[in-house]
Design a protein around this ligand. Structure first.
Ligand code: XMP
Length: 316
């Protein structure tokens, strides 16, 4: 009979048979799929798995730190942490077009990952968090977008590995159950979707450090307050956006000219259509108050009421 424990035991056997005493490489973003693959492979082959976590400088607050904490400190994984923040930000300087930003981030990600792969010796396998919907939905916008950034199919010819894809037949809820069974923290297993280009597409237009900081800090406040209000388990995706224009305000009795923060909170089944969450006013007011008091360079908070369609979930 099929249950998660048997699935894990079977996969561990299969992985051991496929890999033998060879090494396996994994791009570990900290997303649900790559995290579950990592936990499964750590259980199966321990330090034969080499996880590479690339911090592109567009991660949410404390996200890379939690990948290090969970995988290196708690699970004793072989984890290579690459802080490539400056490199990504340099490449993105003055680039305002959303699709160009995505392309640059995707290409740079592969380049950084490739460099790390070349430094490591004797790797024969590449693990990927491919799941069933990635295959059946391929061709639709969502699936194409969702995996295009982190799947490393773009590696050069001389760096081709045999693939290890243990979650191939699982649906998302099964992937989560598998993660819980493997002992991953709930926060990681129930993490909301986060685009590959990260905060890069929520810091609208050409990315600047001050606005990127404003997106990161306001997003952290939003997540904290959603958790306190119990909305983190109810709302499918919630985040903040900082546009590249300013508005006039008044702070400490003086004129201010600063950025707005836009809050977005949506529910959806498949990300193809979405409706907004009707957040209680007191929650919105508390979040607004905190953002205005705690986030530098911000003097205004707005709430996005638009469903998809006409709007998309992200702003870029
Ligand atoms: P949109 O904005 O198209 O988003 O309504 C649908 C879902 O896809 C996510 N998204 C992305 N995911 N790379 C990703 O991995 C991307 O470039 C990207 N753009 C959007 C978005 O967060 C939402 O969940």
């Amino acid at each position: 009979n099929w249950n998660m424990k048997n699935f894990i035991d079977d996969q561990i056997d299969l992985i051991k048979k496929q890999v033998g005493d060879k090494k396996v490489l994994l791009a570990l973003s900290g997303g649900v799929d790559s995290s579950v693959v990592a936990a499964l492979l750590i259980k199966a082959i321990g330090k034969q798995l080499v996880c590479v976590h690339v911090n592109h400088g567009l991660m949410r607050k404390d996200e890379s730190e939690s990948v290090i904490e969970v995988f290196k400190n708690q699970m004793d994984a072989n984890l290579v942490y690459v802080d490539a923040s400056e490199r990504f930000l340099n490449k993105l300087e003055n680039i305002a077009d959303p699709e160009e930003k995505r392309k640059i981030i995707g290409a740079e990600f592969i380049r950084v990952f490739e460099e790390e792969a070349r430094k490591l010796e004797g790797i024969d396998f590449l693990a990927q968090g491919t799941i069933y919907p990635d295959i059946v939905e391929s061709g639709t916008k969502t699936a194409a977008i969702v995996k295009s950034h982190h799947n490393v199919g773009g590696l050069p010819e001389d760096l081709k590995f045999e693939l290890v894809e243990p979650l191939f037949h699982l649906f998302k809820d099964e992937v989560r159950a598998c993660g819980l069974e493997l002992g991953l923290p709930e926060e990681m297993v129930y993490r909301q979707p986060f685009p590959g280009p990260g905060l890069g597409v929520r810091c609208l237009g050409a990315i600047t450090k001050d606005r990127l900081e404003a997106v990161r800090e306001s997003d952290a406040i939003l997540r904290e307050e959603f958790k306190i209000a119990g909305l983190n388990k109810k709302v499918w995706q919630y985040f903040t956006i900082v546009p590249d224009f300013k508005s006039v305000g008044i702070k400490n009795d003086a004129r201010s000219f600063e950025y707005p923060v836009i809050i977005r909170a949506i529910n959806t089944i498949d990300a193809m259509t979405a409706s907004i969450e009707q957040i209680e006013w007191p929650v919105l007011l508390k979040i607004t108050d905190r953002i205005l008091n705690e986030v530098p360079n911000v003097n205004r908070v707005c709430y996005d009421l638009s469903p998809k369609p006409c709007a998309t979930i992200e702003w870029e």
